[in-house]
Design a protein around this ligand. Structure first.
Ligand SMILES: Nc1ncnc2c1ncn2[C@@H]1O[C@H](COP(=O)(O)OP(=O)(O)OP(=O)(O)O)[C@@H](O)[C@H]1O
Length: 405
């Protein structure tokens, strides 16, 4: 295995035996003629993947597609029916609640137990204990057996151990993304810190936006097989199309993009057709000059005219800092649209983001701006040219004056 590779899974198959009735399992085990009473179920079917050091890879797929199973096999919690896994480096895994914990042990004992399972000795774990406890922040509960913990406390401790032991490879199944918002944010910050340190992360989530935000590659599992893998945005967009429009749409995405605007499937409420940046005369722009005026033109097609909608536009910097998200609900603008293709302009005046690369997200939501009817992440990248050198993200409108002026 090359030094650059962190994980290699080769032709992994995982077959479970499914029994129609519980008694069939007993019958099978007692059968002298070795008769089968089960049918095989392929949770994974010939799955191969290679993950390089420093990659942050997201695994996506519908419920039951095999995401947790592949993580369990990679971490050695479960063994494959066929195929081989090679792992290069210390792995720390956040699998389903409880995996790797002994319920009868206290929190502290479990911290040491987990560390040792990862190959750290007692002295090494002594050195890590404080940061684990500080991050978990569950107070004196660490002296109680973990069976007395609430699921939130359990998650805090498990996350804290996995994240603070400084593994080479972090494997996270979203099953653990519980706990309160503050703690989730803390975990996400740690996650970014990990990514920035060039560690390898394998990450399962149903939250496509987090996958887009954090991962540089995505693997889409479907019914135990790899449906597609590659560029995160491309794979995530194909997957969300598949969830929204069904199989034919995701496979035909390229054709669909060609004839957008011609016909909408009746189950689709609306789609964003195009997003352009223009100067105030309507000429297309790729770069924006600092402090200039420009507009964006959003074309969208609606299949209805009875639904109140909200349109939102967000700007992120290229390192994924959320710069500004606005929508027509916040701005108390009512969208009057017709069935068919519509266009809306959003004017930006004296645009004062600092020089650098950014991108736009755009979305159509239902009237409360909670549920996206269509969401196009990273719909357009743009570059701000600026001669004003300051620090931060933007230059807020300002004026200097002396008290006596
Ligand atoms: N011990 C088991 N016995 C039988 N079938 C199992 C077992 N464990 C998992 N499966 C099945 O294997 C398939 C893949 O399960 P897995 O948990 O990997 O899916 P997943 O993609 O992680 O789903 P989710 O998004 O719901 O977490 C599912 O159909 C599941 O029912």
């Amino acid at each position: 295995m090359s030094k650059e590779l962190a994980i290699r899974a080769e032709n992994i198959t995982k077959v479970y035996k499914l029994y129609e009735k519980p008694i069939d399992r007993l019958k099978e085990s007692l059968s002298l003629r070795k008769r089968n009473y089960h049918r095989p179920f392929f949770a994974l079917n010939d799955v191969s993947m290679e993950i390089n050091r420093g990659e942050v890879v997201g695994i996506i797929g519908k419920n039951g597609s095999g995401k947790s199973t592949i993580l369990k096999i990679i971490t050695g919690v479960s063994s494959p029916s066929a195929g081989e896994v090679y792992v290069n480096g210390k792995v720390s895994a956040l699998l389903e609640l409880g995996a790797g914990f002994n319920l009868e042990y206290t929190g502290i004992e479990n911290i040491y137990l987990n560390g040792m399972m990862m190959g750290f000795n007692r002295e090494e774990m002594d050195g890590k204990l404080n940061s684990v406890l500080e991050f978990a922040d569950i107070g004196d509960f660490v002296y109680q057996p973990v069976k007395a913990y609430s699921s939130g406390m359990f998650a805090r401790l498990a996350f804290s151990v996995a994240i603070n032991v400084d593994p080479d490879i972090l494997i996270v199944d979203e099953a653990l993304a519980v706990g309160d918002l503050k703690f989730q944010i803390k975990c996400m910050e740690k996650f970014s810190e990990f990514r920035d340190k060039g560690k390898t992360i394998l990450f399962v989530s149903h939250d496509i936006n987090s996958i887009k935000r954090y991962c540089n590659r995505a693997i889409w599992l479907n019914a135990g097989r790899i449906e597609a893998q590659g560029d995160t945005d491309l794979i995530c967009d194909r997957y969300t199309d598949y969830l929204k429009y069904g199989e034919s749409a995701s496979k035909k995405k390229d054709d669909k993009e060609e004839d957008r605007g011609l016909s909408l499937n009746k189950d689709i409420i609306g789609v964003i057709e195009s997003f352009e940046i223009q100067d105030t005369q309507g000429n297309d722009l790729n770069d924006i000059t600092y402090n200039s005026d420009f507009r964006v033109k959003i074309q969208f097609e609606m299949n209805t005219e009875d639904l109140e909608i909200v349109i939102g536009v967000a700007i992120h910097s290229i390192d994924d800092t959320y710069v500004c998200g606005i929508n027509t609900l916040l701005d108390k603008e009512e969208i009057k649209y017709k069935k068919g293709v519509n266009a809306i302009y959003l004017d930006y005046n004296s645009f004062n983001l600092l020089g650098g690369s950014y991108y736009f997200d755009v979305a159509i939501f239902e009237k409360n701006a909670h549920i996206p009817i269509d969401y196009k992440a990273k719909v357009k990248e743009f570059f701000v040219r600026s001669t004003y050198v300051a620090e931060g993200i933007c230059v807020l409108p300002h004026k200097w004056r002396m008290e006596n002026d």
